[in-house]
Unconditional design. Sequence first.
Length: 457
Amino acid sequence: MAKPQKRYVCQACGSVASRWQGQCADCGEWNTLVEEAAAVVTPFAARHHLQGGGRAITLTALDAEVSLPERMPAGIAEFDRALGGGFVEGSATLIGGDPGIGKSTLLLQAAARLAMTGRRVAYVSGEEAADQVRLRARRLGLGSAPVQLAAATSVRDILTTLANGAPPEFLVIDSIQTMHSDLIEGAPGTVSQVRASAQELIRFAKERGTALVMVGHVTKDGSIAGPRVLEHMVDTVLAFEGERSHQYRILRSIKNRFGATDEIGVFAMQGEGLAEVSNPSALFLTQRDEGVTGATVFPALEGTRPVLVEVQALVVRLASGATPRRSVVGWDSGRLAMILAVLEARCGLSFSAAEVYLNIAGGYKVQDPAADLAVAAALVSALSERPVPADAVAFGEVALSGEIRPVAHAPLRLKEAAKLGFEQALLPAAITAEKTAMRLSGFTTLGRFVDHMLGRG
């Protein structure tokens, strides 16, 4: 009889090692290798090929007729927007976020609204008792919703129960890290358990046409805990972002096989639960009537939704010999260093003897490269103490050569800015918008933009 092989699987990244060691060689985490039983390999199995003995599958043409998937709207407009129109029957969705951010609250609201429309909805909690879920529903004003509740962690018990009778049309598993499959040895939350439990639940959803939503824990760096293959197994991955100290929450679509990615839904945490924010720009803009030095409004773009945010900069002159500090909140610190270098090399401005602080108001995180020009405008305004006009927005990508490059979806950004009362825009000269009432000031290089701000002709 062949001797069973031993393998050690990292619980942080899923890498496999042949022997135990204190630190994972791939991710660098300590004490995360756990022994798991590997499949028995015999000489016959090692030599056997897979070119015969199987069941023939049916191949179809790429241009065959296919119908669009039927959507199941959650009844929450911002949630449906992030999903691309609603849940799809037989799909698997994974939603992750920090503890206490509101994942269970949002899913309970969606489950209750779907149940009120007459759909069969089941909510299985592996972290809370059924009475705790009922109390939360009462606080949200959803205590009368016909949602079927259960508190269980055994995947076999859950699927056996759901298989009796009509399957639910919408199923919530909170959370996948608490689920346990008796086909695999190991504690709940390990790589093998998370992978096996998710695979069985997704298979049930595909066979029965159930829209499955699984809640996933996140690590300290914000990524979903467990094996990376979990994100490949599901159809949609949503990230619920936000800070506990801020009121707003952002539901961001990272992966979507049935719709566009990078869409966001914006919510505000209130006493009665998560409320939709139809105009998210109002959350991130400061209400003022006159210009303030070091502040610029930037029309960011998240998917197809423009969001106006305020970029704030502060420049503090230091005494000679002191080491200047660079502090960034809500933006890439490396990109700030690049903008400062271009301003010094191409525009003749000096930041080497000054501390620079940059902040995106409201705790918003910007990844759009079009924010370069808005950041440069805020820095120049803070350095020269000349305010940017309060009715102006700025956007454009800055190259290392000092050139201001055009960005995508400029008409959409200008339309959102005009809707909120802004009258002028500072942007790349290559962008021309015919259908806008705003005054457009185009610049080809960052040097000319700085000359315009400083009034140097």
